[in-house]
Every structure is written in C-alpha cells, then in structure tokens.
Design a protein around this ligand. Sequence first.
Ligand SMILES: [Ca+2]
Ligand SMILES: [Ca+2]
Ligand SMILES: [Ca+2]
Ligand SMILES: [Zn+2]
Length: 299
Amino acid sequence: MKRKGFVALSLALTLAIAPGFSTHDAHEGETTIDSAGNKVMIESLPKAKNKGKKEFTGAAEVENDSVAEIVNEQGEKIGEKKIKKNVKQKKEDKNVAKNKKEGELICLFCGGGGGSDDDGDTGSGDNGTRVVTVIVAADEEYRAAHSDWQTYTQNIIENADNGFTRDHDIDFQVKTFAQWNSEGANASEILQDLDRDWNGNGEDFLVGFTRDANFNSGGIAYVYSNDPYQSAVSVNLDQGAENTWHAAQHEFSHNYGLGHDPQGSGIKCIMNYDYAYSVDYWDQEHDDQIETNKSWYGK
Ligand SMILES: [Ca+2]
Ligand SMILES: [Ca+2]
Ligand SMILES: [Ca+2]
Ligand SMILES: [Zn+2]
C-alpha cells in the first residue's frame, strides 16, 4: 500500500498548507478530513439500554489461523499472540464441499493452468473468502480494566465479523494489538485522537476500544464514501462482551459507507438504533451496499 500512502501524504500536505483550512475537532454528524486526507462523516451510536452479557460464554468462531503483533505506544513490538482457527465442523464441511464444486467449474475454463483466477476481484483468502486486516488499539483505561485485553478484544472482533463472514464472505483478522493513550473531550475527539495516533500502520481497519470517561457514546466511526487512503477508523466503548461486539459490527459497517436506518421504521438491521444491540444482520439495501463496497478492503 505504498502508493496509497504517497497519495495520502501529498493530499494531507495540500490540506495542511491550504489557506483557511480549519484543524478544529469535528463533531458527530459533521464532515471532516481524517489524518490520511479522506473526506469523512462522523456517525455515533448511543450506549446500549440493556446490560447484555459481560463475558463471552464460549470460544469465538475464528475463521483462520494467524499471528498478531503486540506493540507499545511507541509502535515497538513487545510480543506476539498466536490466534488459532476455531470453526464449527458443520460449517467447514459445507465450505469444503462448496470449494470442490467451484474448483471443478474453474478448471473447465482455465485450460489446465492450475485453477488460478485472473479477474483479481474474487478474493484470495481460504475458502474464497475476502480477508481484511485489523489493528486493535486499547486505551489506558481499557487496559487497566481488562488484564486480558488482547484476548477480550480479539473475541469482540471475532464475534463482530461473524455476520460479515456469514452474509458477505468477509473474514476480519486481527494483525496488531496496540497500546493507545486516549485523549479528547468527547467521543468525536477521541476518535480523531486514535486516527492521529495510530493510522498509517497498514491494516484495513483501525479499531479503538475505550473506557475513557469522556467517551459519551456506545461507538463512533468515520463513514467513507469511497475506498479510503490508509485505515478505516472506529472506536467502541467497553459495554461488556455482547454489547461491544454489536457496536463494533455497526461501526465497521459505517466504514463500508453504510448510514443509519430511520429509527422507529421497524426495519430490522444492525444499522437501525432500535436493533443495533440485538441483531447481527443487515436489511437488503445495506447488504447490497456492503457487496458494492466490499473491494475497498482486503484481498
Ligand atoms: Ca469470527
Ligand atoms: Ca475472523
Ligand atoms: Ca484516556
Ligand atoms: Zn451508527
């Protein structure tokens, strides 16, 4: 992603020297420019009304093995965390069967070339799934409350991505766990603080977890209108296991460009405030939008 970095840098420089460009912190519902030069809208989710389950009852469904780096606030590697695949047998069988079938079809047309796809757009992850990478940043208040913050946040991501995997073949993988020192007078400022502190590390998604007393929201995210330069950014409040993974799924959806369904409309979708903490799926319109924008992230 070197090329993207370059464009982002020159864009950022242009903006920095442009006369009249204000650098004040933007607020919810406002359009602003993120640290990479993307024009973004800030959207936030209210805190949950119900408590939800505080802890995870079982191991999270993890679609693939991976190794994540643990880094301190200076970006220095201080450890590693091995993440093991954990998929229910039944689902795996279904995928193996599906792959076999697709493999046969591909070979009818590939002329013995080994079955590699050449349209470059169908993804190259296992099982034909699009893999997107994540850097998790936990703030000082969050880390103080959760000594197991790496396992806990990884469980949140792995629950937040189950809907994406099931309905859109997108698998989120945590590649980096970072220590973050959150600052700001409200949720919008804390989001922008994370963006300044940790964007540019090369992952598709930068997601913060916070217990900062000034974070006056359940979750907050940048809504992009096209493939962003550098990482897509969001922050979630610690509201226990169940509420937080719902918020994380909601905020990742904003990163894909999704807006909200009207409250009181009865539309069952995680993008409707009325259902954000109780369902893990999208309405048809939002499903279509994710499919359209899927190529923004991962491979
Ligand atoms: Ca998962
Ligand atoms: Ca995953
Ligand atoms: Ca803080
Ligand atoms: Zn929202």
